[in-house]
Design a protein around this ligand. Structure first.
Ligand SMILES: [Zn+2]
Ligand SMILES: [Zn+2]
Length: 271
């Protein structure tokens, strides 16, 4: 589908579910200013930040959205369950939105381009209804019943809630605040920066026909996704770094999993 045939985003009505979740978790995370974390709380936050962050980058993005590598079904579901625990929506919705971003990048049909404002691209777009057909772009994912279940209704909340229960069982309420709420908000803003910061700034080694840029600090906080101009130039590549100093932890892990035989056919860019 060309970008010209895509409908413009219908963003006039509020999406109450997403708005309540995004604002509610931010407000609840403010409690962190009054609760001193234990070492255990911080370790839980770091571990879940890494697991859910890799679930988004390796699972939602590089595997589901771009099919940039192959792996066994159990490993795909493992990544997607942790990706869903990032509380960034169901995997099919996420992938549908992201594929549309690539199809119509920085046009009126892009779900989250900063041409409509920086804050709109960062999170404002999610507070409103998009088009009703985001999932059409990700129909291929419905065949996996676990992914289909994770995407249905309020089920995307379930893996996230489980991480909250695990934190509570290990460290009580302070672990919930730091291990679940704070790490969710931090990973949200890191991921959202790929859509906002990386489309208004950064180096552009590739002359792509949109505004994507490589931003090193976004790459650091998103396990390599900040090399976003490289990614737009070679969307099918599993490895996003193209220069030795471009740190892409997801690519390093994929290469290790390749050696172990868990991952194969990881696509490389032509660069
Ligand atoms: Zn982009
Ligand atoms: Zn992408």
């Amino acid at each position: 589908m060309s970008s010209s045939t895509l409908p413009a985003v219908q963003a006039s009505r509020i999406n109450w579910v997403r708005s309540t979740v995004i604002i509610g978790v931010h407000l609840a995370a403010i409690s962190a200013f009054f609760i001193r974390p234990t070492l255990k709380d911080l370790i839980l936050g770091l571990v879940f930040y890494i697991l859910t962050g890799l679930g988004v980058t390796m699972g939602f993005h590089r595997l589901l959205a771009h099919r940039s590598f192959q792996c066994p079904t159990w490993f795909k579901r493992f990544l997607v369950i942790f990706g869903t625990a990032s509380l960034q929506g169901g995997p099919i919705w996420w992938v549908g939105v992201h594929r549309r971003h690539h199809q119509a990048c920085d046009t009126a049909s892009d779900p989250h381009s900063p041409i409509r404002g920086f804050l709109f691209s960062h999170f404002g777009w999610m507070l409103k209804e998009g088009t009703s057909n985001e999932r059409i772009n990700a129909r291929d994912l419905f065949s996996d019943r676990v992914i289909g279940w994770l995407d249905r209704g309020i089920n995307p909340l379930v893996p996230w809630a489980v991480t909250g229960v695990v934190c509570f069982a290990i460290g009580g309420w302070s672990a919930v605040v730091w291990g679940t709420l704070v790490r969710t908000v931090l990973l949200w803003h890191a991921t959202w920066a790929v859509n906002s910061v990386c489309h208004v700034s950064g180096a552009r080694p590739h002359d792509t026909n949109e505004r994507s840029g490589n931003v090193w600090w976004v790459a650091l906080t998103t396990f390599g996704e900040g090399w976003h101009n490289n990614h737009h130039a070679h969307p099918q590549a599993a490895i996003h770094n193209e220069r030795w100093w471009e740190f892409d932890p997801s690519a390093i892990l994929l290469k290790i999993f390749e050696r172990l035989g868990i991952v194969w056919d990881a696509r490389r860019s032509r660069a």
